[in-house]
Design a protein around this ligand. Structure first.
Ligand SMILES: [Zn+2]
Ligand SMILES: [Zn+2]
Length: 374
């Protein structure tokens, strides 16, 4: 079928909106009409080569929409279902079988192999230009900067038909990453303290999730006063402007010692060290933000020996089919107001959306691709 998509032709190149041909769903696959797709930092760093996606390609990995067709053998979804396109995984490796599909052993291939991970057409792209030349597909199993996406049906998370579909795509990645780091990885104990470095979409989602926990100190660190104000509205108990003060010293002052947990959402290497230094004995520092490919960081050896845990997390850990419906229900109850981070753009304005995001004017840009089901 003919679709309209934003294509990146080469490493670092711009997005061009063009018409492409997309395969019909084969066994195990589903065709999703994408209503909207969030834009995530990972789309930007992939365009610049930090993930090894082959080009030309269609990026986008925060898609939500309506199932319009399914291939042979698909029973988990049917046409008309409203879905968020969840994290891709093989379903058969040890981590997948142990309930940790975010850490699928075939993750690299699943996220940026440029084609299908599974099924009779594994390895093949689903997209072509009208002249027949190949365009790589299946970025994070979806390539959602397109009016339609061909996905593995088991990766889809069915959502209530009265939920605001155009908002829900970011629950597959950016928003889930921040919230899941708190709810799945840290699981704050009563009275614990948490410091969140970086109050962008991921960090603010972490702040919102922390407010739903029994943590009593929620400290947001950023260099933009407007983001720190938002953090206070979303549940931070304290903020630190890192352009004005040494955040590690401030954390120790606020907590009367080190914090129990630090969440590093920036991917900026000196900030990784600050996050690690913000927690003490038996403390946990969670690495969330994506740094450039090949980046390394250093730690103080002695104070890390003191039972400190440095742990990475992808996509908020846990399972999409648990986390996404939970966040939708918390949003419906008014307890997880992530919609306040979102600004909508048309597909044709994708470069404007990226520039606005880069300048910090918008926290979570979302592209509208097709009309919302009524
Ligand atoms: Zn797997
Ligand atoms: Zn993402």
């Amino acid at each position: 079928m003919r679709v309209t998509a934003a294509v990146v032709d080469e490493l670092g190149g711009p997005f061009h909106v063009e018409e492409l041909d997309l395969d019909e769903p084969g066994p195990g696959e589903a065709l999703v009409r994408v209503v909207a797709s969030g834009i995530c930092h990972t789309d930007t760093i992939t365009r610049h080569g930090d993930l090894p996606m082959p080009f030309p390609a269609v990026l986008g990995h925060e898609g939500a929409g309506e199932v319009v067709a399914v291939g042979d053998g698909v029973t988990s979804v049917r046409p008309g279902d409203h879905v968020v396109i969840g994290w891709p995984s093989c379903g058969t490796c040890r981590n997948c079988r142990d309930g940790e599909p975010r850490y699928c052993a075939r993750l690299g291939e699943a996220l940026c192999g440029g084609g299908r991970l599974l099924g009779p057409r594994a390895g093949q792209s689903a997209l072509r230009r009208p002249d027949g030349s190949q365009v790589h597909s299946h970025f994070f199993g979806q390539s959602s900067f397109s009016t339609h996406a061909l996905t593995w049906a088991d990766a889809l998370v069915v959502v209530p038909s009265d939920a605001p579909l155009e908002l829900l795509g970011p629950l597959a990645c950016g928003i889930a990453t921040g919230a899941g780091a708190v709810l799945n990885t840290v699981k704050p104990a009563p009275g614990s303290s948490l410091v969140i470095y970086g109050a962008g979409a991921v960090g603010l989602a972490a702040v919102m999730a922390a407010r739903l926990s029994p943590a009593t100190k929620i400290i947001a660190v950023d260099r933009h006063p407007s983001r720190l104000e938002l953090a206070m509205e979303f549940g931070a108990t304290h903020t630190i402007d890192a352009s004005q003060a040494d955040p590690v010293a401030e954390v120790h002052r606020i907590c009367d010692g080190p914090a129990d947990h630090a969440l590093e959402c920036t991917g900026v290497i000196p900030v990784v060290r600050q996050a690690a230094d913000s927690v003490g004995m038996l403390g946990t520092c969670v690495l969330i933000g994506g740094a450039p490919a090949g980046a390394e960081f250093a730690l103080d050896h002695l104070t890390t020996l003191w039972g400190k845990r440095i742990v990475g997390t992808l996509g908020g850990s846990g399972r999409s089919e648990t986390l996404i419906p939970t966040l939708i229900e918390l949003h419906r109850q008014g307890r997880f107001p992530f919609d306040r981070l979102v600004r909508f753009y048309d597909l044709a304005d994708i470069e404007t959306a990226l520039q606005d995001s880069h300048r910090g004017e918008v926290l979570k840009p979302v592209l509208r691709l097709t009309s919302s089901p009524s």
